[in-house]
Design a protein around this ligand. Structure first.
Ligand SMILES: Cc1cc2nc3c(=O)[nH]c(=O)nc-3n(C[C@H](O)[C@H](O)[C@H](O)COP(=O)(O)OP(=O)(O)OC[C@H]3O[C@@H](n4cnc5c(N)ncnc54)[C@H](O)[C@@H]3O)c2cc1C
Length: 371
């Protein structure tokens, strides 16, 4: 890039904070830094024309864990750790709603349901038996029972007749959420540059040298919010995990309303605009799905269609309108990594499948590493 004096001075000089990634984490980090340091010059770099990771691709579940997931977590973590995890998701969701406003993000609290496959009778029985205990454990956070057993009123097939209902689970419009967040960032005077891919960075004297596919420049501090793509920037504890999704064409008199978790959370679906958005199936081929390449595979898309036809919409004819995928950042632990990497470099990554819930909080915590 052959930059003019003006371009260099206005965009690439005296940068206090450079953030890589304009997803929910990076944008929240930028906003919090601007609030704390109103005079600072902040530049967000994004490789995509739009944010191109998970924040504009996700299913928009405002959730904090299904019963089988929480019970599974209790096998590997203490009760206190699990409570902290759930509290964090709750805190993050409240922050998101407070920052952007329910109307602006299309937030609806229709509740969430966990469905169990025909083969999963023992798991259903275990979850059912542990429900009172779990509700008691969560009472300090919610003030009342979160989970209850309900009859399937949706006409699903090939699943257990009873579902577990979570009265506090919500859903939102992912597009609206990110549009509102981007508008807020731009209004705060934060610069975002799209189609700029950061290739590497090195510590320099009291600053960081940032090399992109277009140009090189210095910033006082660098904050990495690249989640599933962090391995390429040297953060080895985060692995990419692709998630594939499809959406149906509008369905007349669609009665399915809410967010639904199926087969231990490996599949998830919800209503939106009279359509069903349906995703999951990474467990069919973890190896192939451990990629940053945004694509769909026949194996997973066929399984999604099969489940739609035989389980979710067995009596309703439907057509698929569109398919896509996004990239999550996962690792051995569920806890996000929010830490200083070197003298002037920090990261907030590994948000797993819960970034809608925790992204605002992780972004805030990342910004708070700067003292
Ligand atoms: C299909 C799908 C469904 C999901 N459903 C839900 C859900 O219902 N509820 C929920 O809570 N969570 C869900 N998630 C997870 C959630 O979307 C993520 O955890 C969250 O969006 C992560 O936000 P982030 O900002 O940390 O990362 P991202 O949104 O991935 O942002 C990282 C950004 O960094 C950019 N970037 C990466 N490398 C570079 C580089 N070198 N230079 C410049 N830019 C770079 C990327 O283009 C990207 O825009 C889902 C994810 C997917 C993929």
């Amino acid at each position: 890039m052959n930059l003019s004096y003006w371009e260099t001075k206005t965009w690439f000089s005296n940068i206090d904070f450079c953030i890589i990634g304009s997803g929910i984490t990076g944008l929240n980090c930028a906003l919090n830094l601007k609030t704390r340091f109103p005079k600072s010059k902040i530049l967000v770099l994004e490789r995509g024309t739009l944010p191109n990771g998970a924040s504009t691709k996700n299913a928009g579940f405002a959730c904090f864990g299904s019963v089988s997931e929480i019970l599974d977590d209790l096998n590997y973590h203490s009760e206190e750790e699990v409570l902290q995890l759930i509290q964090k998701r709750l805190k993050g969701l409240n922050l998101l709603r407070k920052n952007l406003g329910d109307k602006n993000i299309g937030y609806k609290e229709y509740g969430g349901y966990e469905l169990f496959t025909k083969e999963d009778r023992p798991l259903f029985e275990e979850c059912k038996a542990k429900l009172p205990e779990l509700n008691k454990m969560l009472e300090p956070l919610f003030g009342e029972a979160v989970f209850s057993i309900q009859k399937d009123n949706f006409g699903f097939k090939n699943i257990q007749k009873k579902l577990i209902f979570n009265q506090f689970e919500g859903q939102l419009n992912t597009g609206k959420m990110m549009e509102t967040l981007l508008q807020k960032v731009q209004k705060a005077g934060i610069k975002i540059l799209n189609n700029v891919n950061v290739e590497e960075f090195t510590e320099a004297k009291n600053s960081v040298k940032i090399k992109t596919d277009k140009l090189e420049f210095l910033a006082r501090k660098l904050l990495i919010a690249t989640n599933g793509f962090s391995e390429k920037l040297g953060i080895a504890q985060v692995k990419p995990a692709r998630a594939q999704v499809l959406i149906t064409k509008p369905i007349k008199n669609l009665e399915i309303k809410g967010t639904f978790h199926l087969d231990k959370g490996y599949y998830y679906f919800r209503n939106i605009d009279d359509c069903i958005l349906f995703g999951g199936g990474r467990n069919l081929d973890f190896k192939t799905e451990g990629t940053t390449e945004m694509a769909q595979t026949k194996l997973i898309q066929q399984k999604l269609e099969e489940l739609l036809k035989n389980t979710i919409l067995p009596e309703t004819s439907f057509e698929i309108e569109h398919r896509w995928s996004g990239i999550m950042g996962v690792g051995k632990q569920k806890k996000p990594i929010v830490k200083q990497i070197s003298e002037n470099v920090y990261c907030g990554v590994r948000l797993g499948g819960m970034g809608v819930a925790i992204g605002s909080l992780v972004g805030k915590e990342l910004s708070e590493l700067i003292i």
